[in-house]
Structures are given as structure tokens and as C-alpha cells.
Design a protein. Structure first.
Length: 478
């Protein structure tokens, strides 16, 4: 008697960033034959040159900032001269050592993720992948020129997770020495004397905050009225106040026309004719998806005008068996979203239970000092009538734990549906706001009311107590 064995589903993943990594793990978990292709290292730019390194640098800046901040709590730092006289020591940052640690941690995280894929049974190919029609991936495993070795992977399902790269302007070409993208900052051996940051979005604000706290002179050039355009205006206002208090120069409504090298630094020309000179310039003017030259158009995959891959709520493209996850897709460019897209794509492709991605429930965080975390509907949408909601803001300055820690800047803001009191969004500005936002994320995800949030026991004293206090203040009478 002949037996027919069902062939394992074959999944090919192009790109080992958060989306591709999670897709590969999900496929292996469901019993698929999974191959992942990655050119720089598992984790992609998110782990090797972007999220992990930048947040490690920011953590170091926070530690440096905590030293002088401790003085406000009554802590004294001093040493003694040879004559026995007390003198205050100088706090200095060894940027070469900082960056060595930053890159080491990033590489270790990449190796840990690679090991996890190997344990799961995923085949890893180091190389550059491109589509060859709808059901195959061709991989160049050398330099892409003559003598290159090619692998061909037949696949039932393909997941594209090729990420994005820093946008470069013709009038401000990065040179890796003085004019830098955020991926090139970690080659610096010494702290910039004067760092000019062009772009006041999330990336620009985060690095401006970090380098200010590391001790550099910083000028932030923003083409908009306020830093962090599109974010909560109250949060942006607090950040501007903190930046100004820390000695940063903010140039709002100022568009950079060009950046050029000088003998010992850089010169930034603004569109209004002004010029700024500094030692280094960080270009933080957005990113472009890595979707060119990988066979997408030939396979029939639809792209947006910006070159992003169009996907639906289960990360599926216009070609039924091809999915896309992460910054190469036209969804929020967040690592957490990429992870979810990768997992959702494979679950959907293999017929497993899946919940379509609901962007309204996504939390995001800006790792400045203080941090800014958000979830759900925002205040402008409510004020514009796109959602019916009540708004309540509670300053952190009234929180007992905040007083103990000498925290003066920040707030908890909750948005609740008019009538029912269902939590539909929130903003937290505080140290570790990325941790504090989670209760509000749960409330939005599970449609909890402010009364249900208020009934949860928060530790006293704690910063999270401000969440229950704000929710209690929004009590629905009935």
C-alpha cells in the first residue's frame, strides 16, 4: 500500500529584522520549512544600527544625567585635593567606550536572535535576496558581481521584511565623519563640541536629548512650529521646555537648505539665509524603504508612491502568497508593529487563528528625557470631532513618588468615550513612560472603562498611581 505524505509548507523570508525574525519563528512553531535571508545580521538595522544601539546610547545619557540630578536630592559628590580640601569632581563621558559598548550589545542581541532561530530549526542564509516571480527567492551569497554564488528557494509563502534606510538629501550628503546619519553616529570617538541636529521628529528629538545629556552643545533645527510635529502638543511643549532649560538651542520654522564640511566642522545654511556652524551635523530627515531592485514590481506587488509595500491588516500584499512586515510596508514604522506583522502574516498564511492588526491599539514611545508614550486616539482627533471623548490631564508634580524623586516635568492624560467612559487613548510624559503606558494599552485593547481602571490597586507611592488617580477623576456617575 502506498502512502502519501503531506509536504511541509515552505516559507521564505527576505530580511531578518523584527518582522522577518518573528515570521520565521512563527513558521517554525507551526511546523513549516522556513528559510530566512539576511545580508547584515539577524535583527536587521533595528538591532544592529537603529533601535538597540540608539536606546543603549540613550540609557547611557540618562545615567549621565542622573548624576547631577542626584544633587537635588541632597546627594553630594566630591573628592579631596592633596591639601585635603573638598572639591567637586568633573563628570565626563568617554564616547569611544560608550559606542564600543553600544555596538557590542547590538551585536550580542543579533547573535542571540540568530541562535533562537537555529534552535527553532530555521535555515539561515547570509546574503541578499530578491523575488523571482511569486513563488521563489533568489539569493546572492557573495558580492553580487561576477563569481557570485546563487541559491534559489522555492516557497509557498514569502515574507518581505527588508526595512528602511536613512533618507539622504542631495544638498547634505553624509560623509560618515562630520555629516552623519543616525547609523553612523557610533563611529565617533569623542563627544561632539557642537552637534547640529536637522529634523525634529522622533529620531532627531531622541538624539538631541541624548547628546545634550551626554554633555554636548546641541542645536535642533525644526522646519515646524514645534518639535515632534504630529505628537501630543502638551507633551511637545514640555519637551521644548526641558530642552531649553538644558541649554539646547531650538530653531523652529527653520528649514535646512544645505550642509557642507568646513575645515574643522560643518556649516548649515537655512532657507532664510542664516548660517549655523558646528562640529558635527546629524541628518534626521526620515527614511526610505528598502524595496528597490528586489523584484517586487515584476512579481506584481503593489507599492505606494513613496515606495512602501501596500499591505492589509494581516500584512498581505496584492499578491496572495506574498506578505510584508516592518518599515518596508506602509504601516507604522515601529519595531513592535513589525514583530506583530511578521507573526500575523505567517499565522494567516498557514490558516491559524489570527486577529487583524488594529493600529488604534498600538503603543508608541519617544525615548527622550522625559519619555513620551501614547496609545489610541489622540487629543487633536477628539477636538476635531473624529472621536467623541472626554479629556483629563493630571500633572506628575502632584504625585507623591514624583516628589520623592524630584520629578517636575510630566503628566498622565486619559481620553475616555463620552457617555460610557471607555478608555480610548492616553498620553504619559514621564521617566520610563514606555513602562507606564502598558495599563492604558490594556484598557484600550480590552475596552475597559475609567471606573474599571480606577478599581485596580496601584501601589502607593508609585508613578503608576497617577493613572488610577486620573481614571478616578473621570468617574462616570450612574
Amino acid at each position: 500500500m502506498a502512502f502519501e505524505f503531506e509536504r511541509k509548507q515552505r516559507i521564505a523570508v527576505i530580511g531578518g529584522g523584527p518582522g522577518g525574525y518573528e515570521a520565521a519563528l512563527a513558521g517554525a512553531q507551526l511546523g513549516a520549512d522556513v528559510t530566512i535571508v539576511e545580508r547584515t545580521g539577524i535583527g536587521g538595522s533595528a538591532v544592529i544600527t537603529d533601535v538597540v544601539p540608539s536606546k543603549t546610547l540613550i540609557a547611557t545619557a540618562e545615567a549621565a544625567r542622573n548624576i547631577p540630578d542626584a544633587v537635588g536630592l541632597g546627594v553630594q559628590f566630591y573628592t579631596r585635593t592633596d591639601a585635603g580640601k573638598p572639591t567637586r569632581p568633573e563628570v565626563a563621558v568617554n564616547l569611544a567606550a560608550v559606542n564600543k559598548r553600544v555596538l557590542g550589545l547590538a551585536r550580542q542581541q543579533s547573535e542571540d536572535m540568530r541562535a533562537e532561530l537555529v534552535r527553532a530549526g530555521v535555515k539561515i542564509i547570509d546574503g541578499v535576496g530578491r523575488l523571482d516571480g511569486e513563488n521563489a527567492v533568489v539569493v546572492s551569497t557573495a558580492g553580487g558581481g561576477h563569481g557570485t554564488d546563487f541559491d534559489r528557494i522555492e516557497a509557498d509563502t514569502i515574507v518581505i521584511s527588508t526595512g528602511a534606510s536613512p533618507r539622504e538629501l542631495p544638498s547634505a550628503k553624509p560623509d560618515g565623519e562630520r555629516i552623519l546619519t543616525w547609523t553612523q553616529l557610533y563611529t565617533l570617538q569623542d563627544l561632539p563640541e557642537h552637534l547640529i541636529v536637522v529634523g525634529s521628529g522622533v529620531t532627531g528629538a531622541e538624539f538631541a536629548s541624548a547628546y545634550m545629556n551626554l554633555g554636548a552643545k546641541v542645536t535642533l533645527v525644526s522646519s515646524r512650529d514645534q518639535v515632534l510635529p504630529g505628537e501630543d502638543s502638551d507633551a511637545a511643549a514640555i519637551l521644548e521646555k526641558v530642552f531649553t532649560r538644558g541649554g539646547m538651542t531650538l530653531l523652529s520654522k527653520s528649514r535646512a537648505a544645505s550642509v557642507e564640511r568646513t575645515d574643522d566642522g560643518v556649516r548649515v545654511r537655512l532657507s532664510d539665509g542664516r548660517e549655523i556652524e558646528g562640529s558635527h551635523c546629524l541628518m534626521a530627515v526620515g527614511s526610505v524603504p528598502n524595496t528597490q531592485g528586489i523584484g517586487l514590481e515584476e512579481a506584481g506587488v503593489q507599492l505606494t508612491e513613496s515606495g512602501h509595500i501596500r499591505v492589509n491588516r494581516v500584512a498581505r500584499t496584492s499578491v496572495p502568497n506574498i506578505y510584508a512586515a516592518g518599515d518596508c510596508s506602509d504601516v507604522l514604522p515601529l519595531a513592535s508593529v513589525a514583530f506583530m506583522q511578521g507573526r500575523t502574516a505567517v499565522f494567516h498564511a498557514m490558516g491559524d487563528a489570527v486577529n487583524p492588526i488594529e493600529l488604534r491599539n498600538v503603543t508608541s514611545n519617544i525615548f527622550t528625557q522625559p519619555e513620551i508614550a501614547t496609545v489610541g486616539w489622540n487629543q487633536k482627533q477628539i477636538e476635531d470631532g473624529l472621536a467623541q471623548g472626554e479629556i483629563y490631564k493630571l500633572p506628575l508634580s502632584v504625585n507623591a513618588r514624583a516628589k520623592m524623586q524630584n520629578i517636575k516635568d510630566g503628566f498622565v492624560k486619559i481620553f475616555a468615550r463620552t457617555g460610557s467612559g471607555t478608555v480610548i487613548g492616553g498620553v504619559i510624559v514621564a521617566p520610563r513612560a514606555s513602562e507606564l503606558i502598558f495599563p492604558l494599552a490594556l484598557a484600550v485593547e480590552h475596552r475597559l472603562t475609567v471606573d474599571q481602571v480606577a478599581r485596580a490597586y496601584a501601589v502607593f507611592p508609585s508613578l503608576s498611581g497617577s493613572i488610577t488617580d486620573a481614571a478616578r477623576a473621570m468617574h462616570i456617575v450612574g
